[in-house]
Write a protein that binds this ligand. Structure first.
Ligand SMILES: *Cc1c(COP(=O)(O)O)cnc(C)c1O
Length: 369
């Protein structure tokens, strides 16, 4: 028999985790910072959400409503859902971790795609499971490849739609085909963090699929279009049996009161959301076109960010472009950890930031702007 370890040892898998590296957020001294590394909104949150947040300052000694009832009802009203089938969390990140912990155990397999969101891998390893990484086609999830990767040990399939960092998406028909092809005991997690930004007739976040299936759960966030990333607020919508399991295992006060109040106000401010969509439509198209004029390859995106591909030639690489832009306070995201060493991800920013990136890249590539 092995001797006991001389100190506490994490469970298998934990030390295989490469900790998530957030987007950089600093610029050289004296240079204006344009943080385009974390897909935050350049419009900020609704002013009504900021006011609601401030109103909580006089009640910090009170525990929040542990069921976030007001917020679940606001979400349900906005999207036409049953509030009892919603659970809120400290960002969708917490919910992704919780779902994994609840449905996947030692040695079980969790499936996600080649350039999928790295939180899935972390969650699977933290639960003692085995990450199964499926190849993509044209930087897009491939349903047939995902289905082919399912084994008797598969417990969860994660799909970000649209995906980060590629910005690509699957039409709703494809998502339905995925669900139809999965064994009924395999949980399909649809991560729709960017759903509000998508403007495609063949796209749907999949709320309808969740409503009519027993093995699909969706995660959503207030961090992106709602501009509340700093408050850490997300929600999951699922079948009653899944919501019940998540409610049993979550922390009893996992969402703070300020987040609840701000979330309720943010979701009601439809004009602010419309402005965010309008800004993104305009500048996503403009920035894509301008970068293409510089000879760069840009993956067509339906989100609020772009994946920009750089040449391999010395002096023009993604790494060098990143350093060049950073010097000017333009902070993009390296995506080498996503298997994309020759690309950078740029969040669509303010008009000023977008124009500065295009001008700086023209200079970097030695082209007249
Ligand atoms: C940003 C993002 C989220 C949101 O995470 P939060 O924890 O809610 O801030 C979830 N999934 C993907 C793919 C994302 O890019």
């Amino acid at each position: 028999m092995a001797l006991p370890a001389s100190r506490p040892v994490p469970r298998p898998g934990v030390l295989d985790i490469e900790a998530y590296v957030p987007g950089k957020s600093s610029a050289p001294a004296g240079v204006k910072l344009h943080k385009l590394s974390s897909n935050e909104t350049p419009l900020g949150p609704s002013p009504k959400a900021i006011a609601a947040y401030g109103n909580l300052a006089g009640k910090l000694e009170l525990y929040p409503d542990g069921s976030a009832t007001k917020l679940r009802e606001a979400i349900a009203g906005r999207y036409g859902l049953d509030a009892n089938r919603i659970v809120c969390g400290t960002g969708s990140d917490e919910l992704l971790q919780l779902i994994t912990k609840v449905y996947l155990g030692d040695g079980d397999e969790g499936v996600f795609t080649e350039h999928g969101f790295l939180v899935y891998k972390i969650a699977i390893l933290a639960a003692g499971g085995k990450p199964v990484i499926v190849p993509e086609t044209n930087l897009t999830a491939d349903i047939d490849a995902i289905l082919a990767a399912v084994t008797p040990r598969t417990k969860i399939v994660f799909l970000a739609n649209p995906n980060n960092p590629t910005g690509t998406y699957l039409p709703f028909d494809e998502v339905k085909r995925l669900q139809a092809g999965l064994p009924p005991h395999v949980l399909l997690v649809l991560d729709a963090a960017y759903a509000e930004y998508v403007r495609r007739n063949d796209y749907a976040s999949g709320l309808e699929l969740v409503a009519t299936s027993e093995n699909v759960v969706m995660t959503r966030t207030f961090s992106k279009i709602y501009g509340l990333a700093n408050l850490r607020l997300g929600w999951a919508y699922g079948p009653a049996h899944i919501i019940d399991a998540l409610n049993r295992t979550r922390g009893p006060f996992n969402v703070n009161g300020a987040a609840i109040e701000a979330g309720v106000a943010a979701i009601a401010d439809e004009a602010h959301i419309a402005s965010a969509i309008e800004h993104n439509d305009k500048w996503l198209a403009w920035t894509t076109a301008e970068l293409e004029k510089l000879g760069l390859i840009v993956t067509p995106s339906v989100g609020n960010f772009l994946l920009i591909h750089f040449p391999a030639a010395a002096g023009k690489t993604a790494k060098e472009a990143d350093a060049f832009l950073s010097q000017r306070g333009l902070i993009l995201r390296s995506v080498a950890s996503y298997g994309l060493p020759d690309a950078l991800r740029m969040t669509i920013g303010s008009e000023e930031a977008n124009r500065l990136v295009v001008a700086a890249l023209a200079e970097f590539l030695g082209k007249a702007a």
